[in-house]
Ligand binder design. Sequence first.
Ligand code: CU
Length: 110
Amino acid sequence: MSCVHRVALAVCAIMSVAGAKSAAAHTYVVTIEQMRFDPPTVTVHSGDTVVWVNKDLVAHTVSGDAKRFDSGSIASEASWRSVVSEPGRYPYTCLFHPTMHGTLIVERTP
Ligand SMILES: [Cu+2]
């Protein structure tokens, strides 16, 4: 009986390690290609990092509506990264190409 109990404890320990891993900060990549943000909507958690990588031949920006954040000009083959904090829904656009739209959704860390 005590042996079975010990096995259960070991499984429990492994599960708690996996749980800790899923709560750790992640890095998400949004590719800017063919005048689009891909994926157009990205959902992350507070503390995560989002990297926008410009694969186009022209420069773009990642500019939050109401000027909540702004990457400035991101040159071709360059990238811009941001660590998100405040939960919320952040629509953004490219200042050079107003038809380009994306949305960053920041959820509270579980
Ligand atoms: Cu652009």
